[in-house]
Write a protein that binds this ligand. Sequence first.
Ligand code: SF4
Ligand code: FES
Length: 144
Amino acid sequence: MSLENEIVKEYSNGEMTIIWKPKTCIHSAECVKRLPEVYKPNEKPWIQMENAGTEALKTQIDACPSGALSYRMSNQESSEDSYAEETKVEVLENGPLLVHGTLFVTKPSGEKETKTKTTAFCRCGASNNKPYCDGEHRKIDFKA
Ligand code: SF4
Ligand code: FES
């Protein structure tokens, strides 16, 4: 999957646009836990951003561990621009390897991708979107 054909959905309230990349989600449910009035997985649209203020949305999106959620402000501020200068690696218990920072990934096919903010790499071997995590570790009850 290249960045060009990655599914990207956008939700806007005029001031702010939420960018949602479903294939990047690792299903940690941080969004639903922090703002259940906004993130409603069983409803359409599943993101109802009119139910929270911009600052609350920003705080929650910055806590999305995978980078599946990001935002762009109409005044150009983007959460993807605020990546850490240092590269940091975090091993999630029973889940993926999170790498924070800007990454240049080359796949076995030679395809290259640029990743910003946070990237979740599969540790369990079950992802259908390798080398990235797609949440399958939960289904196989991965422990490590
Ligand atoms: S990875 Fe981000 S978008 Fe996916 S469930 Fe967690 S907080 Fe929500
Ligand atoms: S670690 Fe999440 S799918 Fe493998």
